[in-house]
Design a protein around this ligand. Structure first.
Ligand code: C2E
Ligand code: MG
Ligand code: MG
Length: 560
């Protein structure tokens, strides 16, 4: 295939516009996926058919036909797009004649701008095909598209969430600010929703003030995230005369295949969830299934609690020593966040870090712990304690945030800590995907003078080929390997291999989760000099850790 042809394929695959390419005889050669999405006709089905039949007016004959283009290179006007049932739908059409500079065959390109679809008079609105006000698919087209998407999901064993969103108190807007304002509000809601969805999502207007969205679900509480994101998008301020209004919405969600297996039942269930959300006062989401509601409630509780915790200083940093197995000397400490919730007691990080990650709270949380750990370490050094490296965990979203290196620099500047005494722990998963980009991010951090380690090493299917290129200083063997070194020869072998790998790559190595004297013996015998684990100490509050640091060395922790 020539580069031109490959470029054309790529353009056609990515554009949201309906594009058909035909030969000079009008026979269709290519069709963009958007064409298939809109009409249900695949590129294969229309290949070789006459362009004028696919985009022509039933009454006035094959128009715009070859005549229209005769002597012209471009034509633009209203035409008709036919779907699988041969139903014509009004569209805005542009035709262009493309001459081959090399003198080969000329082509005709037909483009239907999706934003312009059915904006003309006499739209297919009655048929529910396209909504004239917002340009979104109407109810009929939406349910058709969802039907196709469910068929695919069924084949591939995927879940799909169907979301119905109803604006709260929309009648008041119409009455108070006028119907024109109401229309504008609906249009901008449609735009916001379109902007907040992914390419694989389907969006439509289900009627009145109700929008509909179908989205493939990738994780268990993904639907919760989507529902929340939508509510946030709707609630952004909307300009109104000399003030602004904030709209609220109620959201109802049904999930394929747990709640229902066909589009119609999915719509009905989402609708009943939506009405439930409205009855409870609106500005909220509701799932059809009891399970999801339970999960959503828990998540919401964690999120709200965490916001409050940040505001009220309910978060603390604990420190766990990293110890030299030969000398029992403290060589470093890992900062581990702790949340003491006045109602629920200690909430483990495994429960709230993922929620913080999904809601974006991790940014504030991560900056908070960076500053706290850097300041603490600087204070200990200022008090004359032997200097040690403090390690801070970095979550995926922090690592991807372009502002992260600046946040680290700020924390260093605010505390006055020498960068050499700060280490950031990232995990293998953050280095996957776009490895070149990951290397660039790591570089930016290393340029600040801080150390970098790969946490939980061995669990993330690293691309070992890249490891040599990563500007990291340390590997941390995951505790799952350490735990079983005595009982599972396979695990012992992996631990040995990771230690060997670190040595050949000239990286430092730390073993996590050493709990017993046997673990320590194994690690020492196999050349892992540094250990972190309950054998020496659990993570400790700062005041207790200060004493450990002052002593300089640590013996085995007393058995509980
Ligand atoms: P991690 O970074 O791998 O941290 C080590 C975890 O292993 C800590 O759990 C620690 O208490 C535990 N651990 C240490 N030694 C032993 C041992 O001998 N036996 C056993 N069974 N466990 C041991 P923790 O504090 O519950 O933290 C869990 C995870 O939460 C951390 O894993 C880290 O991924 C995340 N995390 C903790 N604090 C932060 C933070 O401030 N920011 C971010 N982004 N993540 C954090
Ligand atoms: Mg860690
Ligand atoms: Mg770890």
């Amino acid at each position: 295939m020539s580069l031109e042809a490959a470029l054309l394929d790529a353009l056609l695959a990515e554009t949201g516009d309906v594009v058909l390419v035909a030969g000079v005889d009008g026979r269709v050669e290519r069709a963009s996926p958007a064409y298939t999405r809109l009409t249900g006709l695949t590129a294969e089905q229309v290949h070789g058919r006459l362009l004028w039949e696919l985009v022509g007016d039933p009454e006035s004959g094959p128009a715009p036909g070859p005549r229209v283009l005769a002597g012209n290179d471009r034509w633009e006007g209203t035409s008709w797009l036919r779907d699988t049932d041969d139903q014509p739908h009004p569209v805005r059409l542009v035709l262009r004649r493309v001459l081959d500079p090399a003198g080969g065959h000329e082509r005709i390109v037909a483009v239907l701008h999706s934003s312009e679809l059915a904006r003309e008079e006499g739209t297919g609105e009655e048929a529910g095909y396209r909504d004239a006000l917002t340009g979104l698919p109407g109810r009929t087209l939406f349910t058709d598209l969802v039907g196709q998407s469910l068929a695919g999901a069924r084949r591939e064993g995927r879940s799909v969430g169907l979301v119905l969103l109803g604006l709260d108190g929309f009648a008041t807007i119409n009455d108070g600010l006028g119907v024109a304002y109401g229309d504008a509000a609906l249009r901008s809601m449609a735009e916001r929703l379109s902007n907040s969805i992914r390419r694989s999502d389907i969006i439509g207007r289900a009627g009145g003030d109700v929008f509909a969205l179908a989205t493939p679900l990738t994780a268990d509480d993904h639907a919760v995230i989507v529902a929340q994101k939508i509510l946030e998008a709707v609630n952004e301020p909307l300009p109104a005369e000399d003030t602004e209004v904030r709209l609220d919405a109620s959201v109802g969600v049904s999930v394929f295949p747990v709640d229902a297996e066909d589009t119609e039942t999915m719509m009905r269930h989402a609708d009943s969830a939506l009405r439930h959300a409205k009855r409870q006062g609106g500005a909220r989401y509701q799932f059809y299934g009891a399970d999801m509601n339970q999960r959503a409630r828990q998540r919401l509780a964690v999120e709200q609690g965490l916001r409050r915790a940040l505001a009220r200083d309910e978060l603390m940093v604990y420190y766990q020593p990293k110890v030299d197995v030969e000398t029992d000397r403290i060589v470093g400490m890992e900062a581990l966040i702790r949340w003491h919730d006045p109602e629920h007691g200690m909430v483990p990080p495994g429960e709230f870090i993922p929620v913080a990650e999904e809601t974006g709270l991790i940014k504030d949380l991560g900056n908070w712990i960076l500053r706290a750990a850097a300041a603490q370490n600087r204070a200990w050094q200022g008090a004359g304690l032997a200097p040690a490296v403090v390690s801070v965990n970095v979550s995926p979203r922090q690592f991807r945030d372009p502002g992260f290196p600046d946040a680290v620099a700020d924390a260093l500047a605010a505390s006055g800590l020498d960068p050499a005494w700060l280490e950031l722990e990232i995990t293998e998963s953050m280095t996957m995907g776009d490895a070149d980009n990951a290397v660039a991010r790591m570089r930016a951090l290393r340029d600040l003078g801080v150390r970098l380690s790969i946490d939980d090493f061995g669990t993330g299917y690293s691309n070992l080929g890249y490891l040599a290129r990563f500007p990291v200083t340390t590997l941390k063997i995951d505790r799952s390997f350490v735990r079983d070194v005595q009982t599972d020869p396979g695990m012992a072998e992996i631990a040995r291999a990771i230690i060997g790998l670190s040595r050949s790559l000239n990286l430092e190595i730390v073993a996590e989760g050493a709990e017993t004297v046997d673990h320590i013996a194994f690690l020492r015998d196999h050349g892992c000099p540094t250990v972190q684990g309950f054998y020496y100490s659990k993570p400790l509050p700062a005041e207790s850790f200060r004493q450990v640091l002052a002593a300089g060395t640590i013996g085995p922790a007393e058995a509980p």
